[in-house]
Design a protein around this ligand. Structure first.
Ligand SMILES: *[C@@H]1O[C@H](CO)[C@@H](O)[C@H](O)[C@H]1NC(C)=O
Length: 354
């Protein structure tokens, strides 16, 4: 401190304004000179007023802190703004299986989006109309896949044609699949590529499990004459109870073998039920996987976007129908295969507070 003041005094003396009175010296000691700082800072402080400089320096310091923390991610090899470094194409990608029905503009948007994701090995569109897709739609989609794909390996694009409108179509086995991973998605659901790649890495660590973004739950409602009755719970129930036992196939990864199991091994009465009720194919798939694994699905945290108008789940009486499906399927199984869990997979790169 004394050296600093001495220096300061020398400088002032050189300008013919020495701190000759004790009062002035006291004032100087209290003021901005009153801290140890490098020569450059003192020069800056001499140029500007004291308080303003302190504010400026504080701002600079904050900027530095912001810059440092924002760089920290990339220095350490995790950066939320670029595709997951955990994902490597050499470990195989996934086949995007899009279920569509008479919504060509949505289909164009979602095909364009999924073609741009680096993990997409192929895109299959499940088409369930008596008329096949028009040549113009076909060529449009083939072109957009080539254009949007950012990788050297261009995804295969294919329509899987079905004459009749049947929800079981979406789980028909696919010939010449190159991946074990299926990402099953509705034509109006868009999952950002980075989120999708992250969910894929979750699936890779548990390839027999269903890994998805839309959790649902069940709970025991009561018992009548030895028969258990269950309730099917939607988004609000999951939020309130913090537990789930289903992820919906409107946005979920599962192993390709479940397509075969669904179509050839699952009791045909369940497929007939889905055909008749035009609903609940997703519950049937969840029960199938739960029965095969004795394990819960995995819910992955991530924002997904519904690009169309609100779908069937907002229709009146939806939850009554879902309840009925669940209970009817369970009575066909004879037991309750669903397993509840509280686990949610999150991307560490997006979690700042541990
Ligand atoms: C449930 O799993 C068991 C054991 O894997 C299997 O034998 C049974 O057929 C499955 N039940 C149904 C209804 O698929």
């Amino acid at each position: 401190m004394s050296t600093l003041i001495a220096l300061r005094n020398d400088a002032l003396t050189a300008h013919g304004d020495a701190l000759d009175s004790p009062a002035k010296e006291k004032a100087a000691n209290r003021g901005v000179y009153n801290c140890r700082s490098p020569l450059l800072l003192r020069r800056i402080r001499q140029l500007f007023g004291g308080a303003r400089v302190n504010l400026l320096l504080s701002l600079c310091f904050l900027c530095l802190v912001f810059w440092f923390t924002s760089r920290l991610g990339s220095w350490m090899g995790w950066n939320p703004h670029y595709p997951s470094s955990a994902y490597s194409p050499s470990r195989g990608g996934y086949t995007v299986l899009i279920n569509t029905w008479k919504r060509n503009s949505l289909l164009k948007q979602s095909v364009a989006h999924y073609a741009s994701c680096s993990g997409t090995d192929a895109i299959h569109v499940v088409w369930s109309e008596s008329d096949p897709p028009s040549d113009s739609l076909k060529s449009y989609l083939e072109k957009i896949v080539l254009k949007k794909s950012l990788t050297a390996h261009k995804p295969n694009f294919m329509f899987d044609l079905n004459k009749e409108d049947n929800l079981n179509n979406r789980f028909k086995p696919i010939e010449d699949l190159r991946t074990d991973a299926i990402f099953s998605v509705d034509d109006d659901v868009v999952v950002p590529c980075s989120t999708l790649d992250f969910a894929f890495t979750v699936w890779q660590s548990a390839p027999l499990t269903m890994v998805g973004f839309v959790p649902r739950m069940h709970w025991l409602d009561g018992e009548k004459n030895g028969v258990m009755y269950y309730n099917y719970g939607g988004w609000w129930s999951v939020w309130w109870m913090g537990t789930y036992s289903i992820v919906l196939s409107k946005a979920a990864f599962f192993h390709r073998k479940y397509l075969d199991l669904y179509t050839y091994n699952m009791p045909s009465s369940i497929r007939d039920y889905v055909t008749r009720e035009r609903n609940c194919e997703d519950i049937a798939m969840s029960l199938l996987v739960a029965n095969a694994t004795d394990a819960p699905p995995i819910w992955v945290k991530g924002k997904i976007y519904e690009i169309g108008l609100s779908g069937i789940s907002s229709l009146q009486g939806h939850s009554t129908r879902r309840n009925k499906c669940l209970n009817d399927f369970i009575s066909l199984y004879g037991t309750m295969p669903l397993v509840s869990t509280n686990v949610k997979a999150v991307d560490v790169r997006h979690e700042w507070f541990w």
